[in-house]
Design a protein around this ligand. Structure first.
Ligand code: ATP
Ligand code: MG
Length: 421
């Protein structure tokens, strides 16, 4: 039964006044500033939080600006005419701006949305919390910092600033407990370590090495979506190195165990270096092409003995086996098989600088298969230039099909009159 006894009090935060830190309002996007100020002028607390504070302190450009407040979703909604509440259990408010820009505002919470509450009754009332609780429910200390619009100070409940200065990835709370509650946090540790080039706290690292299997308790679709973010991060190679070194890789992709070997792992990392170059140059690639690149080292050995007529089936069956635990949608698997099968046919023609016959360039997968060949084979220093938007070929037009002349049924040769009843 839930008691009303207060939980163990959390220690007060470290407050760093504006003159003692480097986060400048000028670097915050105007839409987020508008939201922060309107909440503040309405008498609420309003903090910038998460990746934006972390990245601004590191002198990097944040991807998005998340805001937390003590205003409840209904109150936030009233302050911003152009907004809506989303989420069922954990409601947050999206504020819309011109050009489709969205700023997300959430109320301070006690728990992460991915943790199950211990009890169900009155869950909704219990989701809201204090700023201290909101900081402590987050994943990493460097992601738990607040920027307070009231006085432009930083509010640090979790020793995040020190870890940021020491370039250290540390989990908030005890990693052993926090990873059990939400195993995706293991991925987040490796992701941020890879992206920032920070060291990983040894205790967290040991937990990941020993408890990687916990990841199998998470919905496979969530893990897949997290991995897709890493594919596009521009730092997937260092991320994958950590995934392999910690062993977590084979917990996520059990079918790959014993199959890649050192040679296959190196091959995978080489391909991902190339992918990183393209992502850093902001070249957009569809999911199916990302999976095709990723799958390549898994199938390369068996590919040599394949009959060229059966390539599509070969890749499709390979994908099914390799991703049997990963919820890659069937449609994506079909697309990646088409890309890989066509790329096998294109590669020798491109190598010999021969023309591409229309029967190949007309296929739906042609642009992606062409890109795949570049990613696999272009000299590293030419890769980005070769994959620029002007370089990528479009699919050749389909031949105009002459409509077969419709034969009128015998006996109806004359002009067609109104239908007879
Ligand atoms: P990015 O630059 O990739 O957006 P981010 O840290 O902002 O990095 P998000 O996925 O946007 O990552 O999450 C926003 C914030 O939500 C994080 O900074 C962190 O404080 C919190 N968070 C995200 N995932 C979790 C999780 N699984 N458990 C606890 N807190 C989380
Ligand atoms: Mg973010």
């Amino acid at each position: 039964m839930r008691t009303d006894a207060p939980e163990s009090p959390l220690p007060p935060p470290l407050i760093i006044p504006r003159p003692q830190h480097t986060l400048s309002r000028k670097e915050v996007e105007v839409e987020a500033l508008k939201v922060l100020y309107r909440l503040y002028h309405a008498g609420f607390k309003a903090y910038l939080v998460g990746g934006s504070v972390r990245d601004l302190l590191l002198g990097k450009k944040p991807k998005d600006f998340d805001i937390v407040t003590d205003a409840r979703p209904g109150e936030i909604r009233k302050l911003f005419r152009n907004s809506r509440i989303i989420g069922r259990r954990f409601r947050l408010v999206q504020v819309f701006f011109r050009g489709g820009h969205i700023v997300e505002v959430s109320t301070f919470r006690r728990r992460s949305e991915f943790e199950e509450p211990e009890e169900t009754p009155s869950t909704r009332d219990n989701t809201f919390g204090t700023p201290a609780e909101d900081a402590h429910r987050r994943d990493l200390t460097i992601n738990g910092l607040f920027y307070n619009i009231a006085d432009f100070s930083l509010v640090d409940y979790v020793n995040g600033l020190q870890d940021l200065q020491n370039r250290l990835i540390r989990v908030i709370g005890d990693p052993a407990v926090r990873f059990v509650r939400d195993p995706v946090r293991m991925l987040r540790v490796l992701r941020h370590g890879a992206r920032l080039g920070f060291e990983i706290d040894p205790q967290a690292w040991e937990e990941i090495r020993g408890k990687g299997h916990l990841i199998r308790l998470c919905p496979a679709a969530r893990v897949r979506d997290e991995l897709l973010k890493d594919f596009r991060s521009g730092a997937v190679r260092p991320f994958l190195e950590l995934l392999l070194r910690s062993g977590l890789f084979y917990d996520i992709f059990p079918a790959w165990e014993g199959r890649l070997g050192k040679g296959g792992e190196t091959r995978l990392l080489d391909l991902l270096t190339r992918l990183d170059l393209l992502m850093q140059a902001a070249i957009p690639l569809p999911d199916s092409l990302l999976w095709a690149i990723f799958l390549t080292p898994y199938l390369e050995q068996d590919l040599r003995s394949q009959n060229p007529e059966d390539l599509r089936e070969f890749f499709q069956e390979g994908a099914q086996e390799a991703f049997r635990s990963n919820e890659i949608p069937r449609q994506r698997q079909e697309e990646l098989a088409q890309i890989l099968a066509l790329a096998e046919k294109l590669a020798p023609l491109l190598r010999q600088k021969r023309g591409i016959p229309a029967r190949l360039s007309r296929l739906a997968a042609y642009p992606e298969a062409w890109l795949f060949c570049q990613i696999k084979e272009a000299p590293l220093e030419e890769l980005v230039a070769r994959c620029g938007p002007e370089e990528i070929p479009t699919r050749a037009p389909q031949p105009k099909r002459r409509r077969p002349r419709r034969r009128r049924p015998r006996g109806r040769r004359g002009p067609r009159g109104p239908k007879e009843p």
